[in-house]
Structures are given as C-alpha cells and as structure tokens.
Design a protein around this ligand. Structure first.
Ligand code: GLN
Length: 284
C-alpha cells in the first residue's frame, strides 16, 4: 500500500469524527514520516509501505484525541508551540488578540498574561515586540512547564518569566508590580456547554470551565486588574462569542472603558479595556 492510499483510507475512516479528516490524516502521516506536510505531498505519496505506527495514530484520532496532542505541537501566530493535555490548544480565534496587542501598544515594555497555559499569547506578543518582557502566570504547574519550554524553544526565555500564581488566592499579585499591558484568556465555558468530545474529553477542564454561566473567572479576575496597570495601560481580554455584554459590564464596574473587537470569523472575541479617567482616579 502506498502512502497516498493509506492517507485516503484513514481520511475515510476519520470522516465521522473530524471536520478535517483529510488534513488530519496528512498531518499524522507527515509526523510519522518525520517530514513536513508539504514535503510529504510533493515527495512521498507514491512510496510504500506506509510507516507501521500510522495506524495507531489514526486509532487515537478516532477516539477524538486532538491532532495537536498527538503531534505534540500546534502552530499559532506563525510560531510552533509544544502542547500537552495540560494546556489548552492555542486557537486561531485568539490570534486577533495578539495582533491587537502588538498594534495597540507597540511601545509597551511589560506584559502580564493571566492563565498563560502553553504561553501562546504572551510569547507571540513578545516575539512581535522585541523590546518587551513579560510574566505569564498559571495555577497549573504542569502548564507552566510547557510554557517555560516554549519560551526557551522560541528563544524568549530571557524576556518571559513563568510564575505559579492563581487569581483566586488572596495576595497573588502583591509582588508583580505594574504592567503596560495585560493579556488574558481565562476559562470561560459554561459547565454544561455542549462541547465536541475532542474538547470536553481531552482538553484540560481547568482551562475551559468557569461555572454555570462561564463568567466565574471574569468576576474574580477583572476587578483585580486596574491596580496592576500603568495609567496608560491596557488589558486585552478574550471572551466567548456570546459574552460581550456580560463581561463588558463586569469590566465597566471595575473602572474600565471597554471596546469590543471581533475575530476573523466576525464573532465578538476580545475586549480592550482602558482605565477610564474620572473613575477611581483621584484627580481625574
Ligand atoms: N475558545 C475555547 C473553546 O471554545 C475556550 C477557551 C477558554 O475557555 N478560555 O473551546
């Protein structure tokens, strides 16, 4: 059997469990062969037999394991991130937040990433702003290991510090100082949301779920952000596509002026929060 035929059969088998069966099969085969997908498509399709381990990767995918966890990596904002089941897989939906961060404050020097996970948001922003440095925090030690590994692999470990902190613990931010920019992609999924098995059964629940309405982490985190920002600072907060109103209200109550930004699919995705003068400012 040729590589081409093995890919075709695998894609047929995956059609019931994946929206992208052909792509999945190609990525898993290229991984098995140890070559890029494009090199495989150009050079290896007529080769035979297919590598013996390919079938077992397809079996994992048939059990809804995400391709990114099988490969151990995911591309985000043009960079390759190592991912394990301890971290959420970086989503294309979040790239708009990185773009906004780089454009909104090109002069920013100090960043904080709340719930850094794989480090994707912080490291992509630091990659785009070579003068900046940042702190990524997460309550998961396993996630921080992944984030620190990604910082090193991307050559950003001299500018990115990963700290085990949890915004639910009193005093968590006491030693952090102030920041020009805060990034956050906290858990925001409703506990009983109807999620694909690839997400619900494989991605870390602690990075996804935030109570019955998905707002628990915003309620706790957002009001703690204003004192962490320099006066000209900005917080960029990812939201679920139906949460713009509720999270804006939380941010406004915390003293922020809020603008909503959409992702590439046109869905509400990021709140840009600035300290609004006159609210909680002595001379405003
Ligand atoms: N965007 C993710 C999803 O819809 C959720 C990310 C999060 O909770 N921060 O699966």
């Amino acid at each position: 059997m040729t590589i081409a035929l093995a890919i075709r059969e695998a894609a047929d088998a995956l059609a019931g469990c994946s929206d992208t069966p052909r792509l999945d099969a190609e990525l898993l085969m290229a991984h098995m062969l140890g070559v890029s997908r494009s090199a495989m498509l150009i050079q290896h399709m007529k080769q035979s037999p297919p590598p013996p381990g390919f079938a077992s990767l397809i079996v994992r995918r048939l059990r809804h394991e995400p391709v990114a966890y099988i490969l151990g990596e995911q591309e985000f904002f043009g960079l390759t991130f190592r991912v394990t089941p301890d971290v959420l897989i970086p989503r294309g939906d979040s790239e708009v937040l990185v773009e906004m961060a780089i454009k909104a404050r090109p002069e920013a020097k100090r960043m904080l990433d709340c719930g850094t996970g794989s480090g994707a948001l912080l490291l992509a922003v630091l990659h785009g702003l070579p003068e900046a440095e940042g702190v990524g925090i997460d309550r998961s030690a396993a996630a921080l290991d992944v984030a620190a590994g990604n910082a090193a692999q991307l050559g950003l470990d001299d500018r990115a510090k990963m700290l085990p902190l949890d915004w639910h613990s009193a005093g968590w931010s006491a030693d952090l100082g102030q920041f020009d920019m805060i990034l956050a992609n906290p858990p925001y999924v409703e506990t009983d949301a109807d999620l694909a098995p690839s997400v619900r059964d494989h991605e870390p629940a602690g990075a996804l779920f935030a109570g019955a309405d998905g707002l628990d982490d915003y309620r706790v985190l957002v009001p703690q952000l204003p004192p962490l920002l320099n006066p000209n600072g900005v917080a960029l907060i990812e939201i679920g596509s139906k949460q713009a109103e509720a999270v804006s209200a939380i941010a406004e109550r915390a003293g922020f002026a809020v603008t909503l930004h959409r992702d590439l699919a046109g869905r509400p995705r990021v709140l840009m929060c600035k300290l609004s003068l006159g609210k909680g400012q002595p001379n405003g």
